[in-house]
Design a binder for this molecule. Structure first.
Ligand code: COA
Length: 372
């Protein structure tokens, strides 16, 4: 018989700095006014297109985001900087990814009631690698005094669920009994705050999960099924790479940052994910009304609501069924679905829930769980 494997505990970290929509719009609009003034002659001659204002009403209606927590509010809002200030990372201190992951990991280990000595591996999944090597996961492993192995992996906004999936596979194969999964998503250094369609989307945060054969916590859920799919798309892309240094065709940093065709993503990913989840439920003989919680990727509140309504056949449902931490935290890249899980972990024993990420790749991973 297949041994049971649990999400035994989770923990989250997020920065204290918080930016409201009015604040981010005020900063962006000041940048636009300044740009248009500096380029007044060219704009009047029709040589340069004027930039247009952003608005709080658009952001709330289009995305559902009301605030976002960020590592450096002051510099993000400063129109002469428009990015957080971070220290250059070197061996003199822990990387920012390790620092925030350790904060979240300590909470996850506490919830799961496991000690570092009981953990056999650390898997770090993130959308943006802090560096090429050594793996930040190994740095975290060392700092927490964990034996065994550790590595980093990148799958865009599905990095968290794909990492949980790897942890499950390693435990199921007998390689490990308990694995710490950490997902630092420090996205704001990679946001082009001078782009109207992007400036409002991301926040910073980190989630950690303990995946284990051990079920010693009131917060735990048994993993019932996992399903993954990837389908290539350039609609969410970043060309940032070590190859940039040697590239013949010079590009500006701004061209290498995160960009997306948000509307195409919306239109293509919603039906893909709804069909994917529906077929997973069918394969597991689970009725849609048996799923009491959808902890979905937090890229857009309308997307979450549309996907759930396609699955359950009605748009008449409570946000309690599909929580929306995006309102407070913005898009937390791959950490979003497990942020929702951590903050809305309130199923009764025997009830089922579903965690699903979707994003760059495209990549989708859906995990059905049952409250123990
Ligand atoms: N303020 C005011 N207007 C804005 C604006 C802003 N900040 N940003 C864009 N607009 C304008 C556009 O220029 C466009 O104008 P047009 O109709 O004259 O061309 C209009 O608003 C609609 O833009 P559109 O891009 O179609 O909006 P949308 O409804 O698709 O919402 C997103 C934009 C990004 C919120 C939405 O597409 C989204 O969240 N998509 C999913 C992204 C995703 O899942 N990404 C995964 C990454 S983790």
């Amino acid at each position: 018989m297949m041994e049971e494997i649990y999400i035994a505990g989770t923990g989250i970290w997020y920065p204290q700095d918080k930016i409201s929509n009015d604040e981010i719009v005020c900063s962006y609009n000041a940048y636009v006014d300044n740009y248009n003034q500096l380029n007044e002659n060219e704009i009047n001659k029709g040589e340069v297109a004027p930039l247009e204002h952003s608005s709080t009403a658009f952001i709330e209606k289009a995305s559902g985001i009301k605030t976002r927590h960020v590592i450096d509010k002051k510099n993000i809002l400063d129109i002469n900087k428009m990015m957080p200030a971070v220290d250059h990372e070197d061996e003199s201190k822990l990387s920012i990814h390790a620092v925030v992951a350790i904060e979240a990991a300590k909470k996850a280990m506490h919830q799961a009631n496991v000690k570092p000595s009981e953990i056999d591996a650390v898997i770090l999944g993130t959308s943006h690698a802090a560096r090429n090597y050594p793996s930040v996961a190994i740095e975290i492993q060392n700092e927490l005094g964990i034996n065994g192995y550790a590595y980093d992996m990148l799958v865009g906004c599905s990095s968290t669920t794909f990492a949980i999936n790897n942890a499950y596979s390693d435990i199921a194969s007998g390689l490990a009994e308990t694995i710490l999964v950490v997902n630092p998503e420090i996205s704001t250094p990679f946001v082009n705050y001078a782009r109207r369609d992007i400036h409002f989307i991301f926040g910073d945060g980190c989630v950690a999960s303990v995946i284990s054969k051990k079920n010693d916590s009131k917060h735990s859920h048994k993993i019932i099924d996992r399903k993954l799919i990837t389908k290539f798309s350039n609609n969410i892309r970043s060309d940032w790479s070590y190859l940039v240094r040697a590239a013949n065709n010079e590009k500006s940093y701004d061209d290498l940052l995160f960009y997306q065709n948000g509307n195409s993503v919306f239109k293509e990913v919603c039906p893909l994910v709804a069909e994917f989840i529906s077929s997973q439920l069918k394969d597991n003989n689970i009725q849609t009304n048996e799923i009491k919680k959808f902890w979905l990727h937090q890229a857009n509140a309308r997307m979450v609501n549309l996907i759930v309504s396609k699955i359950i056949g009605t748009d008449n449902f409570d946000t309690n069924l599909a929580p929306l931490p995006i309102e407070k935290f913005g898009n937390l890249a791959s950490a979003g679905s497990m942020f929702a899980y951590n903050l809305h972990n309130d199923l009764e024993k025997g009830e089922k829930g579903l965690i699903c990420s979707f994003g760059a790749g495209y990549s989708v991973c859906s995990i059905i769980v049952e409250k123990t």
